[in-house]
Design a protein around this ligand. Structure first.
Ligand code: ADP
Length: 170
């Protein structure tokens, strides 16, 4: 796999000029706080109208909508696990979020997709373990698929950036 298919940036995912951004949604898909709230705010009210028709989304699964007022053409909404100490299959569910999201990107022939740290905010998943899962699952997927061409991990703060940087070096 070409090395430059993975990238890390620090910043706000809602500003990115990519084909798709991933949302850390909740199972209702009807908005929430954190990155979900920021995405709905930036995408505008039509996003909620589209989400209302989707009938929610199961944990570990993903659904796709338009990007509406965002620069991104699509939003992939995935529902991460709430961290309960690691005894409730949280790592497997998080891995499934990345696989499901990447599969949707592949099916739509999306070239560039940006992920926030799914479950690493209010849902409490440890950031280092979450980043290992994010990078491993993405590498595994890209080895067998030419789409997406590029995956960007978006760190919202310096600590998260450093966590991704260390893992990507390995
Ligand atoms: P979850 O409920 O899945 O934990 P959160 O939205 O609370 O989702 O947090 C997920 C991650 O997204 C956290 O690491 C948080 O720092 C980060 N985040 C919050 N807002 C943004 C944003 N605008 N752009 C990128 N990342 C963000």
């Amino acid at each position: 796999m070409k090395k430059n298919r993975l990238e890390i940036i620090k910043g706000d995912i809602t500003n990115l000029n990519v084909d798709a951004i991933v949302n850390a949604a909740n199972s209702s898909l009807l908005g929430g706080g954190g990155v979900d709230g920021a995405i709905h705010k930036a995408a505008g009210p039509e996003l909620m109208e589209e989400c209302e028709k989707l009938n929610g989304c199961s944990m570990g699964d993903a659904k796709i909508t338009g990007g509406h007022s965002l620069k991104a053409k699509y939003i992939i909404h995935t529902v991460g696990p709430v961290w309960h100490g690691g005894y409730k299959d949280e790592p497997e569910v998080l891995a499934s979020c990345y696989q499901s999201s990447l599969k949707l990107a592949k099916d739509k022939k999306i070239k560039t997709v940006a992920f926030p740290g799914i479950s690493t905010g209010v849902y409490g998943f440890p950031k280092d373990l979450a980043a290992i899962i994010a990078v491993n699952e993405t590498r595994r997927f890209l080895l067998k698929s030419s789409y997406p061409e590029k995956v960007i991990f978006v760190a919202y703060d310096d600590d998260s950036f450093e966590v991704y940087r260390k893992i990507l070096k390995q």
